[in-house]
Design a protein around this ligand. Sequence first.
Ligand SMILES: [Cu+2]
Length: 129
Amino acid sequence: MKRTILILTAAVAVCFAAVAPAIAGHPTAVTAKKKKKPKTYNVAIHDNFYAPASKTIKVNDSVNWKWPSDVGDTHDVKLVKAPKGVKKWKSNGYTVLASYKKKFTKAGTYNIICTFHPESMSMVIKVKK
Ligand SMILES: [Cu+2]
């Protein structure tokens, strides 16, 4: 009887030893398959320009426009040209301390203007796959 228990105990130990590395290895395997985390890029709003005025990002990255801490002229952010099927958007106009964030889920070229200064204030965002 004692011998049977001993054999059983050994069998359980062997089984656990076989399973344990698989459990321990699981999170690593999942992490390795994960895609790169999307990024958020800041664009500063000034009188009267965006900085930077052009930016290349990847699909699912975001751009966050930030109005200055010192009161300036009123500016906004309006998408005027985008790849087919992308819905156009426009922020409100602000003079100070605001932000407006947009995610880009489709590859292509996006043209953005400030509707208060459409002649001088524009930017291009290129979204790569
Ligand atoms: Cu403006």
